[in-house]
Design a protein around this ligand. Structure first.
Ligand code: ATP
Ligand code: MN
Length: 464
């Protein structure tokens, strides 16, 4: 009998008992007796599997042997109220079709409770687990919430290029993009590689940030945001760094640093509350299985105003703390995750926004303060994560920006167009970058960034 497939989430949320339904999904477990089999079926639409009750007498015994963990099946049957605990509905199977078997001898996801490390090695299958199903559904809802937020603010989704010839941003090492024969590249008279013969006619890279082009958008459309992949060839094997990650970068004309901080705080709170509302079951699952304080922490961030202070004040607190840090702290030092987390978790017990960093440790485009030493940068620091957002008011003054470019001996060859914005209708403006995976880390309570993106790219690993 042909019936339209219903997603399991819909069956469980709004069960029409007494109807014949059709579900399709992957078998999580099978147990039972000689008379009856209970199959937990999951189709990815919810953390909850639906129970299929199979009266063995009604089916071919040999055929049913194919229903093992991991197999994909279609079931038509009667939807009835569940007798078992914790389940609202179950299906009494009337017709079963096996789409694809999964041999128990070789299907890797057999036992319950595989370690996250093991699951990373089989990243091609881990979306089939409860944990990764939950994480990737949350990831989806967050992406949606981000577009929703900026759209409501009147910001435009602006697509910045992934391939760029400007390697001036200085945010991290870059991956080169070339079609030259790397074993035998064309050379100039002086023996250097001749990039004028390369595909783009110049040395080019994968972008580390869409900000520079994003600013061009803000200087025309008022408020824009980017949301796309960025690439950093930094050889930092940490639980917070990926070589390929997604970044959200709003850039807004006529914003100063205070507007920028207000936006960052409001935005983060919006997406967190969106997740709590739309991913309740998944977050509750992760709270139960991985991090018992997760929901509490999310609500805590929602309820409290982020503490705002300057870098200088932050360093004073760290110096006075008497705590022994692995990396020494002094005015001028780039704060490490341990310092950031001390401020957030031990000192203030609250998310923190640090501003006015020494210009030496920040990028050339940040607005210079009158003290000649600091720039109007801002980092948002979160519990468990450290830096989640980095941003600034941008230097809008042509002369000041050029001074900094010259001080740093930067080449204008690939940057002239950026500098030009300060000549043609410049305006005060500000923006920030949020690492999407750091946000997903925070909201799922996971501790390793490799576990919140389907196929992580890290040093020595680009499998799947
Ligand atoms: P960190 O000091 O943690 O390396 P950063 O100062 O290099 O960060 P920015 O260049 O300001 O970071 O980038 C903006 C945001 O992008 C950061 O706040 C962070 O959320 C995220 N981010 C930066 N590098 C990575 C990475 N390698 N993997 C994942 N997210 C990242
Ligand atoms: Mn970095």
């Amino acid at each position: 009998m042909e019936i339209k497939r219903t997603r399991i989430v819909e069956l469980l949320n709004n069960p029409q008992f007494g109807e014949i339904v059709c579900v399709k999904g992957w078998v999580r477990t099978r147990r039972g007796s000689k008379q009856v089999a209970f199959v937990a079926l999951n189709d990815g639409s919810t953390i909850h599997s639906i129970q299929i009750v199979v009266d063995l007498a009604q089916f071919d015994e040999e055929y049913l042997k194919g229903i093992t963990t991991g197999a994909c099946i279609r079931v038509n049957g009667l939807l009835v109220e569940s007798q078992g605990q914790g389940q609202s509905a179950e299906i009494q199977a009337e017709e079963i079709e096996i789409y694809g078997k999964a041999d128990p001898a070789t299907y890797p996801l057999q036992k319950k409770g595989h370690s996250l490390e093991f699951l990373r090695e089989i990243a091609y299958l881990r979306p089939r687990t409860n944990t990764f199903g939950a994480i990737f559904r949350i990831r989806h809802h967050l992406a949606f919430a981000i577009h929703d937020y900026f759209n409501k603010q009147g910001f435009y989704y602006f697509h910045t290029p992934l391939i760029t010839a400007s390697d001036a941003e200085g945010a991290g090492s870059m991956f080169q993009v070339t079609t030259l024969d790397v074993d035998n590249p064309p050379r100039t008279e002086t023996g250097k590689v001749d990039y004028s013969q390369d595909f783009f006619g110049s040395h080019s890279n994968l972008t580390v940030s869409g900000q520079l082009e994003g600013e061009l958008g803000a200087m025309a459309l008022g408020g824009i945001y980017t949301f796309g992949p960025t690439f950093r060839a930094e050889n930092s094997n940490t639980p917070r760094h990926l070589a390929e990650f997604w970044m959200i970068e709003p850039e807004i004309a006529f914003y100063d640093i205070n507007d920028n901080m207000n936006l960052a705080e409001d935005f983060l709170k919006y997406v967190i509350s969106y997740a709590l509302e739309h991913c309740k079951d998944d977050i509750e699952f992760l709270n139960k299985m991985y991090d018992n304080e997760l929901i509490e922490r999310l609500n805590f961030v929602l309820k409290n105003k982020f503490v705002r202070l300057t870098y200088t004040e932050g360093v004073e607190i760290l110096e006075k703390s008497g705590k022994k840090f692995e990396f020494p702290v002094y005015w001028g030092a780039d704060l490490q995750s341990e310092h950031e987390r001390y401020l957030v978790e031990d000192h203030f017990n609250c998310p923190v926004i640090l501003t006015d960093y020494p210009k030496e440790i920040k990028s050339f485009y940040m607005k210079q303060n009158d003290d000649g030493k600091t720039v109007r940068g801002m980092d948002v620091l979160f519990p468990k994560i450290g830096e989640i957002i980095g941003g600034s008011e941008r230097e809008a003054d042509y002369d000041k920006l050029m001074n900094r470019v010259n001080e740093l001996n930067m080449s204008l060859d690939s940057l002239w167009w950026y500098i030009d914005t300060r000549k043609f209708g410049t305006a005060p403006h500000a923006g920030f970058g949020l690492g999407f995976e750091r946000l997903v880390l925070f909201i799922t309570g996971m501790t390793n960034i490799r576990d919140v993106i389907p196929f992580p790219r890290t040093p020595k690993n680009a499998e799947f």
